[in-house]
Design a protein around this ligand. Structure first.
Ligand code: CU
Length: 329
């Protein structure tokens, strides 16, 4: 019994702490038009559910206080039958009808296309996100930049299993389904960095399939896009030059693309702008020299089961590749 109590304490404390975790995306701290509409619907549903709860709990208390009707006592003012018809049919139908209308109209609102929307194509991979900006030649991974105040149309696809694209503070979730193209529309109203994640269990490293979603001013976004176009290739020193040569010679080039080099694989993320990304392995660890070195030596120690195998390289080559990848901005 005591052990149970201690267990309960631990669970309770962790739940409290989890609720206070500032890094976790707060579903109701919205930063976009669509998320705000969904949040509003949530509050209406919550209010109605709370009202029903209070009414039913109130009736239970009244019934308990009044006690059982006796044969000789006063008869109830409400007929049993009327109670069942109203409480069991009329009221639930009215509540569900209101919610149905609100749900359908909210769904319509969040899907409404707007002229001049920015297109981004996202493909759910195991276990990372491939990101392209059609018509610009820009390809990246695990990090999506968008302008504030302009609608973004995100095309969602998968060539493997079902994933679900979800940036909770900006829009509702939408699945990437093999063989079916889905489209999510969203408009960010507040600049900032939002956390996104895969919301559909998709295998071993599902939990490490996050993404960084950056909303910035239109000017900053255009600058970012232009930089992306000129990213890649540029080995600017002896060390990075050696890194490029080692990268092209090692199996890396068979799985990864770096624009302007002979590396053109598509099994792993495009690394053309890797040096500017915030994370490694779809949010598994921060992008710094120590973690990048560890990732290249054996990514399995960071993200067990991910589809990049450990590769035999001598420490000199690893250091050169690290320097080269960090220079890709
Ligand atoms: Cu996934």
């Amino acid at each position: 019994m005591r052990r149970f109590r201690r267990y309960g304490l631990v669970v309770g404390a962790s739940l409290l702490l989890a609720a206070c975790d500032r890094r976790a995306p707060g579903l109701l701290q919205t930063g976009g038009t669509e998320a705000r509409r969904v949040a509003r619907l949530f509050w209406i549903m919550f209010a109605m559910a709370a009202a029903v709860y209070v009414a039913v709990a109130g009736l239970i208390i009244v019934a308990t206080l009044r006690g059982r009707r006796t044969e000789t006592g006063k008869p109830s003012r409400v007929k049993d039958e009327a109670f069942v018809w109203v409480g069991g049919l009329v009221v639930p139908v009215a509540i569900l009808a209101v919610l149905a209308v609100l749900t359908v109209s909210t769904t319509n609102q969040v899907r409404r296309p707007v002229a001049g929307a920015l297109s981004v194509e996202v493909v759910g991979k195991r276990w990372w996100w491939a990101v392209t900006y059609p018509g610009t030649g820009v390809t990246t991974a695990n990090e999506i930049h968008v302008p504030v105040g302009r609608q973004v149309r995100i095309g969602l696809d998968s060539d493997n299993v079902i994933h679900s694209f979800w940036v909770p503070q900006v829009a509702g979730k939408l699945d990437t389904v093999p063989g079916q193209h889905n489209e999510l529309r969203l408009t960010v109203t507040k600049a900032g960095t939002y956390r996104g994640e895969c919301a559909e269990f998709c295998g071993l490293q599902h939990a490490n399939m996050n993404l960084v979603f950056v909303a910035q001013s239109e000017a900053d976004f255009e600058r970012w896009l232009v930089r992306r176009r000129s990213a890649g290739t540029g080995a600017s020193s002896d060390l990075t030059e050696r890194g490029l040569v080692a990268f092209e010679r090692a199996p890396c080039a068979g799985c990864h693309t770096i624009r302007g080099t002979s590396a053109a694989g598509d099994l792993g993320p495009d690394l053309t702008d890797f040096g500017s990304r915030q994370t490694i392995g779809s949010g598994a660890v921060p992008n710094d020299t120590r973690h990048l070195t560890q990732w290249i030596v054996d990514s399995q120690t960071i993200k067990p089961g991910n589809l990049m195998p450990p590769i035999e390289l001598d420490p000199g080559e690893v250091a050169a590749i690290v320097a080269y990848l960090e220079s890709l901005k």
